[in-house]
Write a protein that binds this ligand. Structure first.
Ligand code: MYR
Length: 208
């Protein structure tokens, strides 16, 4: 056992961070367990986790854009790289890799280098159809639906007597699905992100 004594600020922060990460992982596990008890069907739990993630994602994008200094991406390929390299790092402390692009650049895989959500987790046979980390697919779907997307040059718009700059926001509708999941016996965690359509919205944006 190391001798007790004063610890440096870095060591204390590292240990607080580790405790927070463990608390987060255990809290997420308790949430999934409660959903399994309440909803009984794993399919329903999958849907609920995705929906919870979506609700987080539509809010988290503001924090992401404010903290990351990421500006609008030029295409979906850049967006996917930003999610993998900046988003996963910022919110989960892990890196991820983008791969398996389709020919038109609208579908790819994000492979997680690590997955802190599954520390301490082992699924019983009764949960075989469960996508334990489905909250992550919802987060990505929600965040992309609310982000600025492709940059369309700002243009002048005249409303009654007032001239003001209007920017176009482009919401990205995506389908995010797990292709591989270690908890289900695969060798990696792989999320497929498919861009379905981009919906331009003019200022003032509708809140829905
Ligand atoms: C833009 O083009 O407007 C910028 C696009 C950036 C999208 C980044 C979305 C971040 C999602 C974070 C996912 C974290 C998962 C844990």
């Amino acid at each position: 056992m190391p001798p007790a004594g004063p610890r440096s600020g870095d060591a204390i922060f590292a240990s607080v961070e580790r405790v927070n990460a463990e608390l987060f992982t255990l809290t997420y596990g308790a949430t999934v367990r409660q959903l399994l008890t309440d909803l009984e069907e794993v399919e329903e739990v999958n849907k609920q986790l995705d929906q919870m993630g979506y609700n987080i994602g539509i809010r988290l994008i503001d924090e992401f854009l404010a903290k990351s200094n990421v500006s609008r991406c030029v295409d979906f390929k850049e967006t996917a790289e930003v999610i993998a390299k900046v988003g996963f790092k910022m919110f989960l402390g892990i890196a991820a890799t983008v791969t398996n692009w389709d020919a038109d650049g609208t579908c790819c895989s994000i492979i997680l280098d690590d997955n802190p959500l599954v520390d301490f987790v082992e699924l019983p046979d009764t949960c075989q159809g469960l996508y334990y980390c489905n909250i992550l697919s919802g987060v990505i779907r929600g965040a992309l639906e609310m982000c600025l997307g492709r940059d369309i040059a700002p243009y002048l718009k005249i409303v009654t007597d007032t001239q003001y700059l209007a920017f176009t926001k482009v919401s990205m509708k995506t389908e995010v699905t797990w292709l591989r999941d270690v908890l289900r016996g695969d060798d990696a965690y792989e999320l497929q992100v498919k861009l379905l359509k981009q919906v331009p919205e003019e200022y003032p944006y509708k809140d829905d």
